[in-house]
Design a protein around this ligand. Sequence first.
Ligand SMILES: [Ca+2]
Ligand SMILES: [Ca+2]
Ligand SMILES: [Ca+2]
Length: 256
Amino acid sequence: MLNSLKSLSCSVAIRSVTLRCPVSPLTGFVAVTTGVGAPGSRVRFADINGDGKADYLTVDDNGSTHAWLNNGGDNHGGWTDHGQIATGAGAPGTHVRFADINGDDKADYLVVDDNGAVRAFLNNGGDGHGGWTDSGRIATGNGTPGNNVRFADINGDGKADYLTVDNNGSTHAWLNNGGDNHGGWTDHGQIAAGGANAGTSVRFADINGDGKADYLTVDDNGAVNARINNGGDGHGGWTDSGRIATGAGAGYKVRI
Ligand SMILES: [Ca+2]
Ligand SMILES: [Ca+2]
Ligand SMILES: [Ca+2]
């Protein structure tokens, strides 16, 4: 739990420190520094090189992605500029997600269409470092809008599962057996009932380090509440951990 809380606060601290960094001429950073626009929305965290530490990514409007590898973060080993790791796949950056689909610990490049269909490019190291393997369409979607689709490892087998989160926060999971044409998906049913929190406040991340993603809600003030994953509804339920972070800024800016 301690390590998990550390990593949670770390990702918040990383972001705030990065705002002060004069890492020009990258437009994402410059605009954040000057406070113009909302380029913070382009920032993602995902483990690109499979060392267990989430790396700092910026995704441009055209889906091209730049990575800074996490050596511990500012004042703790810093970051290594890894350059552009992906040129994009013809989809807008808002459709791009990063999640480990094939269970090799490296986050893969996903494009989620408006209808929830997903294309995957498996991470062999990224541009200049081994490239990507086009895995084609790995999920057809079920009609749930792409904005409501999330990826997180619910059952702890190392592969990110396909989740849909309704507007009230209720969540349905399809377990990843390899994806379309590679083992398919298993409908796991509704794994979490909705509640007082809007679906847009729901996040999934492994808070207690057992390999299973937990159900988090981020309040408008950035405070984070957790339900620990014991298997989810019908499979062991959840343990309410209450508030695990008091927050350090607006909730919509929080990345977990
Ligand atoms: Ca890493
Ligand atoms: Ca992977
Ligand atoms: Ca899984």
